[in-house]
Structures are given as C-alpha cells and as structure tokens.
Design a protein around this ligand. Structure first.
Ligand SMILES: [Zn+2]
Length: 240
C-alpha cells in the first residue's frame, strides 16, 4: 500500500463526503489507475475534464505512484492543457435518463437530437449510448460510473432550465444551436408547409390569423409562431 494526495475542484466537490472537501490522503495498491481512485472517492469518470499529476496533465490510464500530488478539475474550470480524458466529440446528440426527462424537450428546441426512453434500465442506456455515441444526461451517479459510458454529464440542479444552461455551458453548444429546427416530440426536422395542407391540425382562430405553418415529416405534428413562440424566443436569449 502507498498514499497519494488528491484534490478536487468546483462542482466535483458535490460528489465527495464532507470530510473530503480538502486535500484527501488516499491509500491504494500499486495497480490502481487514476480513474479507479477518482471513482472510489465518489466522482464518476465522466465528470472531470482535466487531471494533473505532479503538475503534468495525464489521461485515465495513468498508474498511481507513491506520493503523487493529484488535482482534478471539472469542465468549467478551464485549464491551459489539452483535453485527453476521452475522445473529442464529433457531434452533440443526447440520451436523457428518466430522472431528468424534462430537459429533452428543451434540447430539441435548441436543435439537438435527443432520445429518451423511460423504461430502459441503466445497463441498456449505457449500451445504447455507447453504440450510438450519445452523451448521457442523468442524476444517477451509478449510471455514469459504468465503464461503457464515455461521454456523460451529471446534472447537479433539479431545475430544468438550470440543467439546460449547464449542458450548453459544459459542451460549448452556443455555436451549434439551431432553435426551432427539430420536432419537440420525435426529433424530426421541421419543414415549412403550405397552409392548405395543415388546416385539420391547427385551431381555427390560429389558422385564420397566421399564414406560416410548419410540420414534422415524421410524426406530422403542426407548428406555428404563436404566443408560445414569442415566450420561447425570450427564454432563448437567457439561455444563450
Ligand atoms: Zn415529430
């Protein structure tokens, strides 16, 4: 056995027992990886963005050695070092766990393909996310500790709009936002449709007042720029 010292920063402290809020003296055997140590202390491997050992940035394969001084930072503690804990993202598609289900609609509103399935057990969520390269969003620490969840994000807040803001900030999504481009229910790509083809799906007073209508080609829902649209535009300014 030998001992290392390890310090967590920012929102990573939320995962630790109260006694661990300062530098932790952690004892381990010589085979432990830095990833094992971080998770043993309660922090899922998806949450750190940078790990430094004795001042040098390392990846998760680093094997601990006696007297190592480890510092672990979350995404919002920008560090002057390369991101090397997981592969860079090529896209921003999300898989939303049932415990944060409400954020899915908001992500689609911003134009991000987002899947939900309230009936899937953790094992299947992890498998599907790995196969399809989805980012897993959840408040379930155990789900994020699964080995095959590579990209995941623990949502610290229980408030949906605060969750959305945290996701936009963590993944720097602002340049990729295409608001009102996806169906809020099924992720279909919304298209403009000639008014005459949508009369049956729109309330009569709306149909008479407006001339611009949209539809989802997949589930055939109708969309229009009514009063809800103005409210959402206002909210968008706050989020982005
Ligand atoms: Zn749809």
């Amino acid at each position: 056995m030998f001992t290392i010292s390890i310090q967590f920063f920012g929102e990573l402290l939320n995962f630790l027992a109260q006694a661990h809020q300062q530098t932790i003296q952690y004892s381990t055997d010589k085979l432990a990886s830095i990833k094992d140590a971080i998770e043993a202390l309660g922090v899922p491997h998806t949450e750190p963005s940078w790990v430094f050992v004795n001042g040098n940035v390392v990846d998760f394969s680093y094997r601990l050695q006696a007297n190592d001084q480890v510092k672990v930072y979350p995404a919002n503690f920008q560090q002057d070092a390369p991101l090397c804990l997981r592969p860079a993202r090529q896209n921003y598609q999300f898989m939303v766990d049932a415990n944060v289900r409400a954020v899915a609609k908001y992500l689609r509103l911003l134009g991000f393909y987002t899947v939900t399935d309230d009936n899937l057990p953790d094992e299947k969520i992890a498998k599907l996310a790995a196969e399809k390269d989805y980012i897993v969003l959840t408040r379930d620490i155990g789900l994020l500790k699964r080995k095959n969840v590579v990209h995941g994000c623990f949502l610290h807040s229980e408030d949906t709009e605060t969750q959305l803001q945290a996701i936009v900030d963590r993944y720097n999504l602002k340049p990729y936002i295409k608001a009102f481009s996806l169906c809020l229910v099924c992720n279909g790509k919304i298209q403009l449709i000639d008014k005459q083809f949508i009369a049956q799906k729109v309330p009569a007073d709306v149909y008479e007042t407006l001339n611009e209508f949209y539809t989802c080609p997949d589930c055939e829902r109708a969309y229009w720029k009514g009063s809800h649209y103005d409210k959402l535009q206002q909210k968008l300014k706050g989020w982005t």
